[in-house]
Design a protein around this ligand. Structure first.
Ligand SMILES: [Ca+2]
Ligand SMILES: [Ca+2]
Ligand SMILES: [Ca+2]
Ligand SMILES: [Ca+2]
Length: 492
């Protein structure tokens, strides 16, 4: 069932992870439809050209938001009144963390341990704060592939919206902190929308310090898929757009610097790349990630995660060696795009990939690594020279359980999300919290939106304090024409 689905629905190419064995089959969630670009992109130039785009607003026709009900305080839990009654001092006012369930608190366990069931802000660990479905104007196959928080706590998501049958536009949606839709916008690329072309999709969206947004994705141009970077105002108006030249490819990752520089990871038909654009959209540099295998037709190298630190720009992903299956790689680039080093990680005779990177407090870099053909997962830590430091942590995520995204949260822990395949053709999204030593704090499936609905999981974002956003889509495997983008905000 799902193979038919994935042939026309690029995001569900994720399911191919379980069976892909070689680079040519493109084992990961990214670039699965790069093959549709063909091998006609022979231009060696990496000169970027301005994208001619049209923007239409208010693509949405139906949006639903569900807000978790706030527990009502019974008012009987606080029994702190002094029995003696002889004290001249008044009792401390009710507060989160005092061990008593007070007004406005879902729970209060009186400790300062996060993720143990009751978090330090008195909400239940792993509990849903709000969720929303988003449907496009024709009720087609729509999805979210990337999420982030703004400085003020709004949630940004980007993905694809089906405009005509089998042709998509890039969509960006902004929700406020309570899950109310603020605006949505769809962005069309240069090619006409039809079953052969005109596919434009967003992969990542993030806010700069000045409140403007950057969106990384892809647009079809001249029949080839091109990496797209767009600048949007805080209201969603596109102010400029750039398409990466060179070989066809699509954005897989985005990192923003304080000066507005945008670094975009590209999965292409020949090799992976990283492109850098200045804050005003001027091309800065392009770096190629060697794939090492001339016979590799699709996505020989794929930078799946980018992480900007004081040491430079880290890139992690997968690449195919001269012989054998893809290896996970980690690389470091300076601010001029010069590769400082590149190392293969967890080399073994099966597929490996770095799924996500995070900066630890001591300056080292934490990597979530899929190993054994995506059947198992590890946490590994690296210093700025690419040396592995500390112990490799084997994550016990469960059978047929795949990790897709990870965020670092306070309390020396990570939240990981992904999907489980309980039966062929069915996806069940899951989220969980793990200490850095691999101890599971909580893990659960996401609530289904309908009995026949399967859930596609794409990305996690952390707001820096107490909320995590998850993005994806829900679809009905029995009725492939029904799919809506989905976003959920929960407490870690
Ligand atoms: Ca309390
Ligand atoms: Ca606690
Ligand atoms: Ca389009
Ligand atoms: Ca839809």
């Amino acid at each position: 069932m799902h193979m038919t689905w994935s042939s026309r629905f690029p995001l569900v190419a994720l399911l191919a992870v379980t069976t892909a064995t070689a680079c040519g089959k493109d084992s990961g969630s990214d670039g699965g439809d790069d093959s549709s670009s063909g091998s006609t992109g022979t231009t060696a130039s990496t000169t970027d050209s301005s994208a001619s785009t049209t923007v239409s607003t208010s693509a949405t026709t139906a949006t639903t938001a569900t807000t978790a009900t706030t527990a009502t305080d019974s008012g009987t839990a606080d029994s702190s009144s002094s029995a003696e009654g002889s004290s001249s001092t008044t009792d401390a006012p009710p507060a989160c963390g005092d061990g008593n369930l007070d007004d406005g608190e879902i729970c209060d366990d009186g400790n300062d341990i996060e993720g143990d069931g009751c978090n330090n802000d008195c909400v239940e660990s792993g509990s849903t704060q709000w969720s929303a479905l988003w449907d496009g104007p024709v009720g087609g196959v729509d999805w979210f592939d990337g999420a982030s928080f703004t400085a003020q706590g709004d949630v940004l998501v980007t993905g694809g919206v089906e405009i005509v049958a089998d042709a998509w536009d890039l969509v960006v949606v902004r929700y406020d902190g309570a899950g109310t839709l603020v605006w949505d916008t769809s962005i069309d690329g240069p090619d006409p929308d039809n079953a052969e072309s005109g596919n434009d999709t967003g992969r990542r969206v993030a806010e700069l310090g000045d409140g403007t947004l950057r969106v990384a994705g892809s647009q079809d141009s001249g029949g080839n898929r091109r990496p797209y970077l767009g600048a949007l105002s805080s209201d969603g108006d596109e102010s400029w757009a750039q398409l990466g030249g060179g070989e066809p490819g699509r954005a897989t990752a985005l990192a923003l610097a304080g000066d507005g520089t945008a670094y975009v990871g590209i999965s292409g038909t020949v090799g992976g790349r990283i492109l850098a654009w200045s804050g005003d959209g001027a091309p800065q540099w392009s770096a190629t990630i060697p794939g090492n295998d001339v016979a590799c037709m699709v996505a020989c190298a794929r930078p799946r995660a980018l992480l900007l630190t004081d040491d430079g720009l880290f890139a992690g992903g997968t690449r195919t060696p001269l012989a054998g299956d893809p290896d996970a790689f980690l690389a470091l680039y300076d601010d001029a795009g010069n590769e400082q080093w590149i190392v293969d990680v967890a080399a073994a005779p099966t597929n490996q990939e770095i799924i996500e990177l995070a900066l630890l407090g001591d300056g080292s870099v934490l990597a979530l690594v899929a190993i054994d053909g995506y059947q198992d997962h590890e946490l590994r830590t690296f210093d700025a020279e690419g040396n592995e430091v500390g112990a490799t942590v084997d994550l016990e995520l469960g059978d047929d359980t795949f990790a897709v995204s990870m965020v670092l949260v306070p309390g020396d822990a990570v939240v990981i999300g992904g999907y489980i395949i309980p039966s062929p053709g069915t996806n069940e999204a899951w989220i969980g919290r793990y200490d850095l030593d691999g101890t599971e704090r909580w893990k659960h499936s996401l609530p289904g939106e309908a009995p026949t609905t399967s859930t596609y999981f794409s990305h996690l974002a952390f707001d820096g304090t107490a909320r995590v956003a998850a993005a994806g889509a829900v679809f009905d495997p029995m009725n492939q024409s029904v799919a809506d983008a989905w976003v959920l905000v929960f407490a870690p």
